[in-house]
Design a protein. Structure first.
Length: 511
């Protein structure tokens, strides 16, 4: 397929999605089962959208300039680290501005409602008002799971509760420390929390001043994790691409619309943990590094302490390592070190937690899995309808330009030479794991949020698509920068238009 055909397809798909979002009232999902809300348009919507485009243009300019610098033959590690830290900072500014220029329900005003009210998550609410010390809470956690709640509480391990227990304890011990965050809090967040304060003023659980700072610290932490995903993603891409193309690939991540739309839900943190786990695992395998494998096991444990969403990533990594082992037949010591390191990094925290609290995590994960399965018994979904809708939702969530680049990159990886079997294996296994999620209907509804954990894989493929055309130019008038600029700007435009029109939450806080 010619590069101009790919560009035309990206332009058409993006234009069509923007038309559906902005100029129609077509349901975004399946009515009666699950639909995403549209953010309201008003007289200032176009002006705010233009402001988002300007901020996005600045981000793209930074990425292109950084790409020029990193294209040099040699570069000091300190400078590379500086560029990556700069990318995180500029990405955070972009994500901040593109949300705060959206309609109110898409701004940072959503954060207090999402994190405070039990209907949206409930982790802060239970940690603050349950009245149990953390040790007793963990001891009785299996009893809580046996209540068979199929929503937020019953389907998650205790990690997210522990995070808020920790933030509350930090606030109690060092109140001055959290006060230093006050100047960073956007006005939209303050105004929204004032509504929460008013709503709870006549209840048995009125908010206290520290709650505002705790929720803001949680919100800011999610943002940091979101932009922090670029670091392990860059490390992964450097395994198969040169420095400049790994930079461009990592820079695509903050332009994924779902990353902004679902702030500050914990789902935005899971891609960082998943990518870090894959990077550490693969590095440990290729370098026969026991301590990297142990860190990978610890990262996996941290992720599974918060959600079972990392299980598909574990399946992908296990299949990739097994396939590489079969291809290369390395010495048994390599496999033994990798497995033992990974197991110890995962098992030791489970044992320590059991010794401290008596909680048996495998039983908790068993309850979480069965409680999640019970969700569809209470909230039925039509399997075949979601089979059709979910790929479309994935395209809108990651951005159609990025998804088409991923298809392009995947096709090129499948044609890779015999010396690059890892590219073919990773592409086929990744596609297989996603297909398993898709066809089994494990996520029927809310795929745009629930599939965030696998979206770095889409970006990884897209980076290879971005690297394809410059190596296959057939015209002296078409430069690599034309290809890169086109896709970066198109993805940025698609992201801004999606973020300004699609809401990630049905906000209806009780009064």
């Amino acid at each position: 397929m010619h590069r101009l055909a790919w560009m035309a397809a990206g332009l058409v798909a993006t234009t069509l999605s923007v038309y559906v979002f902005w100029l129609t009232e077509l349901p975004l999902g399946i009515p009666g089962e699950w639909t995403w809300p549209r953010l309201p348009r008003d007289d200032i919507s176009l002006g705010n959208l233009q402001l988002a485009w300007i901020c996005g243009g600045g981000y793209v300019a930074f990425v292109l300039f950084g790409g020029r610098r990193l294209a040099r033959t040699t570069i000091h590690r300190a400078e590379l680290a500086g560029w990556l830290c700069g990318l995180m900072a500029v990405a955070a500014f972009w994500l901040w501005q593109v949300q705060d220029s959206a309609p109110t329900a898409g701004q940072w005003a959503k954060a207090p409602f999402v994190l405070y009210y039990p209907s949206s998550s409930g982790y802060f609410y239970k940690a603050r008002y349950d009245g149990q010390p953390v040790g007793k809470f963990l001891t009785e956690y299996e009893t809580l799971m046996s209540e068979r709640d199929v929503l937020h509480v019953g389907t998650h391990p205790p990690g997210l509760f522990l995070v808020f227990y920790g933030l509350i304890d930090l606030s109690d011990r060092y109140p001055g420390l959290l006060q230093t965050l006050q100047p960073t809090m956007p006005e939209t967040f303050r105004d929204a929390f004032a509504i929460v304060r008013e709503n709870t003023s006549r209840t048995i659980h009125p908010t206290v001043p520290a709650d505002e700072l705790i929720l803001w610290l949680a919100t800011a932490s999610v943002l940091i994790c979101a932009v922090g995903t670029v670091l392990p993603l860059y490390g992964l891409l450097r395994r198969t691409l040169d420095r400049r193309m790994a930079w461009f690939g990592a820079a695509l991540w903050p332009l994924v619309p779902a990353v902004a739309i679902f702030q500050p839900k914990s789902d935005v943190v899971y891609p960082c943990l998943a990518t870090l786990f894959v990077w550490l695992s693969w590095s440990a395998w290729r370098q026969t590094s026991w301590w990297r494998a142990a860190l990978a096991g610890l990262t996996l444990w941290c992720g599974l302490m918060c959600s079972l969403a990392l299980l598909p990533v574990l399946l992908f990594m296990g299949l990739l390592i097994a396939t590489d082992f079969l291809h290369k037949r390395p010495h048994g010591r390599q496999a033994a070190l990798w497995i033992s390191g990974l197991a110890l990094g995962f098992v030791i925290p489970c044992v320590v937690l059991y010794m401290l609290s008596g909680i048996v995590m495998p039983r908790i994960w068993w309850w979480n899995y069965h409680n999640h399965a019970g969700f569809y018994a209470q909230y039925p979904r039509t399997w075949w309808k979601w089979l059709l809708v979910n790929p479309i939702e994935l395209g809108c969530a990651v951005g159609w330009p990025l998804l088409l680049l991923a298809v392009c990159g995947g096709l090129q990886n499948l044609r890779a030479g015999s010396g690059r079997t890892m590219l073919r294996d990773a592409t086929l296994i990744g596609a297989g794991v996603w297909s398993l999620l898709w066809i089994t209907g494990k996520n029927s509804g809310e795929a745009a949020r629930l599939w965030l954990v696998i979206m770095p894989g889409v970006v990884w493929l897209a980076a290879h698509g971005l690297a394809w055309a410059p190596a296959n130019l057939d015209s002296s008038r078409f430069r690599p920068w034309h290809w890169w600029c086109f896709w970066l700007l198109l993805q940025m435009g698609a992201a801004a238009c999606t973020i300004h029109r699609i809401g990630g939450f049905h906000l209806s806080a009780p009064s």
